[in-house]
Design a protein around this ligand. Sequence first.
Ligand code: ZN
Length: 308
Amino acid sequence: MSAELAFNRSVDVDYGVAQEVAPGVRRIVAGNPGPYTFLGTNTYIVGQGTVAVIDPGPLCEKHRAAIARALAGESVSHVLVTHSHRDHCDGARALQEQLGGEIVAFGPTGGPRGAGAPGLGDAFVDPHFVPDRKVVDGETIRAGGFALDVLHMPGHAPDHLCFALVGKRTVFTGDHVMGWNTTVIAPPEGNMADFLASLDRLMQRHDKVFLPAHGGRIQTPQRVVRAYIMHRQWREQTILACLGEGIRTIPRIVEKLYGGLDTELKEAAALSVLAHLDHLIDREFVAREGDLNPLGASYVRTSSKASA
Ligand SMILES: [Zn+2]
């Protein structure tokens, strides 16, 4: 298995300009590039005349003005939010005030939100985000000349939705599957078992195109999903190998696996390792020792399944 996923990072971005990325789908990239957002958040406009906006993006006047410019003379029926991370949902209310549209999302999950690292807590998640209308897996949103099936795909975030454009084999994948990088899985916001189950569900579908919330269009969805799954399996094996070598704490595992990262990304890496360890603990391959903060605890392979 290969350690590196082959990503296409050569995306042409003209900030503030609507580009047609699939028949009947326009994309406007917000000006919020960063270590977690790549070139910025992709806002998609689905339909013509009466449209749905998917992921309004961050609270940013310039971005909102660009969306309004692209939609001159059209009306917004829905503002769909893939998940309540600020780079996706913060602009929802302001956009609605300006252009209308019902805000639709999974809604509050009732579970713990955020992740225990700077940049991944409240600065990252809006724990108070509430849509006008909550939807669940299996619902269909209809407007104008299109329909979108709602797919609940938790893992990156507990409330994460993907939207499948009915009849087009095209899925708006949000942060669940992206074209430029692996997805951050940072507990308790992220859950590895859920993430892998959600990837399996995407594998069962036979889509032609993924339109992610960051990065360019994905033309080989099955290959990318398989690569995501293999990448996680490979990462899990490297963590088990660390434990086998007596490297038993998360900071030491991170040092070994991600030596060159800067501090902030190291904290995200520590949470990603924790997500893997939690998943291994659930399956009884690994045990946590001591009742310290999980980021400070020791981990051991359990003898019964040590050869896994
Ligand atoms: Zn996100």
